[in-house]
Design a protein. Structure first.
Length: 402
């Protein structure tokens, strides 16, 4: 049996319309960029072993907690999120190797939440050649975001905010006259030193002593001794993990109980555990609302986190991962039903005042916008260690107006 041409045309048209409406919008695929009809592949490189493994583990768990929530709600435009994480031990060479694996073998859409300045920059030097964005790079070094780099979107607030706030609080509130500094001798620690010097000049003060140490140092006894000899009212310490513990242990051996402003990242339960009880006073910057406060989004995070990782203690580091994941999901939503690396980059460039709900709003701008174009947030809140817990000292301090 045959149909007239007009009827055949009508039948074909009806069939095409049926298929168009029956097929889901997310049937689009671009597997070379990590997009299938059911899944979006993302990658991360973290220090899952080594002295800062506690940080990498916390960040990875924070990222996965947010992605788990999104997947439970149906994913992004019907696609579930899959995260692949490799260990870089916070070693730049390994971060590059991981980036190559994630991009060339796993075909991820983007890198998410990578920790560290040197590791992020080295990996980016490779990933940028492949036009792969890094979303929510976790480094407080201003050098990570200054100069702004096309496809490197950095969280959280930088040292130019953090260190300046330390100096101002020490001078204005604690009435400190003599300030000393210990810092890691690299692209993470040196900027903090430079910022401290400049901020002290605004108060007509100079550092009474400064000492540096190399990354992964195992002995800083002489540095601690020289700092103590300067009899400072306050010491600014840019060290993390075991190196930070070495400072406090060295001070204890000298019978010294300094007042310390420590690098953001020290307000983590694992560091408090490493530190143990200390008679020194410790202030640290936080980039998010208090983990044990009344923020409903953080309460929801804690509930989900404790179910997924019952043996882990939620911290500001896990909130960093949660923040990086939130920004990533928002960019993916804005990229639409047919996402690509180019569309994600465009979405991030236009992200102005995104409410991550756990801390300051996130803004990224085109690289031509200036020094903070690729720095998502700039506000910090000061916290003090009391009875083995960090207590917030007030609202956010943010000198950057955008």
């Amino acid at each position: 049996m045959t149909f007239p041409a007009t009827r055949r045309t009508l039948v074909a048209t009806a069939a095409a319309l049926f298929l168009a409406t029956a097929l889901p919008a997310f049937a689009f695929e671009n597997k070379a960029e990590g997009i299938s009809d059911k899944e979006i592949l993302l990658g991360s490189s973290q220090p899952m072993s080594g002295t800062l493994a506690y940080m990498g583990k916390a960040v990875d768990e924070g990222i996965r907690t947010y992605f788990d929530m999104v997947n439970e709600q149906g994913g992004v435009n019907g696609r579930k999120i899959k995260l692949i994480t490799y260990d870089d031990e916070l070693k730049p060479a390994k971060s590059v190797a991981n980036a190559k694996l994630l991009i060339e073998r796993d075909n991820v859409l983007a890198m998410v939440g990578n920790i560290g300045h040197a590791t992020n920059i080295r990996a980016y030097e490779y990933s940028a050649t492949k036009k792969v964005p890094t979303i929510g790079a976790l480094s407080i070094s201003d050098l990570t975001s200054n100069p702004p780099r096309d496809m490197l979107y950095v969280l959280p607030s930088p040292q130019s905010t953090e260190t300046a706030a330390y100096v101002d609080y020490a001078v204005n509130t604690l009435k400190a006259k003599k300030i000393a500094m210990l810092y890691q001798n690299d692209g993470w620690g040196k900027p903090a030193f430079d910022i401290a010097v400049k901020q002290l000049e605004k108060h007509n003060l100079k550092l009474v002593e400064s000492q540096s140490f190399e990354r992964f140092a195992t002995d800083i006894t002489s540095q601690v001794f020289k700092l103590k000899q300067s009899e400072p009212d306050v010491v600014i310490v840019y060290a993390l993990g075991q190196e930070a513990v070495l400072f406090f242990r060295g001070a204890e051996k000298l019978g010294w109980k300094p007042t310390v402003f420590g690098a953001g990242g020290l307000n983590d339960p694992k560091f408090v555990e490493l530190l143990g009880k200390s008679q020194s006073k410790l202030y640290v910057a936080s980039y998010y609302d208090p983990i044990d406060g009344s923020n409903p989004a953080i309460k929801e995070f804690l509930t989900r986190y404790s179910k997924l990782y019952p043996s882990s203690a939620a911290s500001s580091m896990s909130l960093m991962g949660y923040s990086a994941a939130a920004v990533t999901i928002e960019a993916l939503k804005r990229a639409g039903n047919e996402p690509s690396r180019t569309k994600v980059i465009g979405a991030l460039d236009g992200m102005n005042g995104f409410d991550q709900k756990i801390g300051p709003k996130i803004t990224f701008q085109p690289v031509s916008a200036g020094l903070y174009a690729r720095r998502g947030q700039t506000g910090i809140a000061l916290m003090e260690l009391k009875d083995q817990k960090f207590v917030s000292l007030g609202g956010y301090i943010d000198p950057v107006k955008r």
